[in-house]
Design a protein around this ligand. Sequence first.
Ligand code: NAP
Length: 400
Amino acid sequence: MYPKQKARLGLAALAHRTKAGASQAAGSHCKGAKAQNQTKPAKIAFIQSRLLSTGGESDQWKLQGKRTLFTHNFVLPKGYSSISIDPTPMKEVRIGKSTLRGSRLAFGCWRIAGTWEARKVNAKARESGLKAILAAYETGYTLFDLADIYCDGISEELFGLALKQSKSLKKSAVIATKCGIRIPEAGETYRYDLSANYIIQSCENSLQRLGVDCLDIYQLHRPDWLMDPNEVAKAFAKLKKAGKVRHFGISNFKPSQVSLLQSALKDSLVVNQIEISLLQLASFEDGTLDQCQQHKITPMAWSPLAGGYLGDGKSNVLPSQEKYKPIKIRRRLDTLARELGTSRSAIALAWLLKHPSGIIPIIGTTKPSRIRELAEADQIELSHEQWYTLLTSALKEDLP
Ligand code: NAP
């Protein structure tokens, strides 16, 4: 996926409002959940102070035992007790053709450790990651996106800790994670692998890191050039029969690749996760969103703020995003934000939300204040004309 980044940052760098009370139980790991009505901002501050009071790298935070690939076995600080959180309900949507329902905006866990390098993740970074997950849950996000490679498995482990801390999060969370990008061991080539064995083994590892019995959505991270759809189908059937995965999805698949894979599957793919933003419009024109709309596959937009360009500025972005030129579109977003009394980034998300395919933007900020601010996006209703005003600013050429 990100070979240049890999070279720059090392292997670990590969990792990258419904009416009140209407949130619904998510996965089989989480039966009977109901979101509550009121936000209690003080709660997260309390959690933070407790976690921070552990004072750095306590024994409990250190790696337990021998490190196996992707498994660090973090544990909660000693004496930590679970805390109840009453989330503010966010609008929910049905995911794909399934009965699963998730928040209108998803929370992405790629950046939660504050670094892509596993060796740099210290106790403070883990605390910030937990804080971000809990802030997202408190704000009403129930759909969480992860991947085995995010910070070498640490994102999944942190999410697993958050599930231990909050029983209601465990009940409400719709957990979507991914496999298929192999982090090379010594001497190996960086590659994609959608062989049945690799999918099944990766799933077992993710379940272990997350500390759950079943994943709500298991996504293939990138299309393997050597993908055999029948082999993928075998792996999916095995995981489903074993009760380890409820639904499957794909990520970064082109329409022909989706059709090829779907032709071998019994169940419908429920999501296709792709990069979509005002700075990345390919999916509007290459048939991806048309296919999603036609077959009721929920499109999930990664980097909906183009990695920060459509917010207050980029931080770590993928090599493919380095070339983005945000000045013109930012100016237009700012004008509209002033008119509507909101922020540039909320408008950029509202633009995605208006598309009839039902795009779910996966927000990637790690800052609790931004996590809360962005949740306002689903209350912004852009007019047809406003939508086109933004589109035409984003396009390189005028509409014919
Ligand atoms: P994003 O929302 O486009 O970008 C988030 C980045 O923008 C953060 O670094 C954030 O920094 C920064 N930012 C700057 N100003 C901001 C503002 N005003 N509001 C919000 N953020 C602002 O999304 P992303 O992190 O690139 O991707 C989101 C999620 O998509 C990931 O977490 C992951 O789950 C998924 N993803 C999937 C793939 C795939 O191949 N399937 C690839 C990439 C990502 P701060 O943290 O400092 O706020």
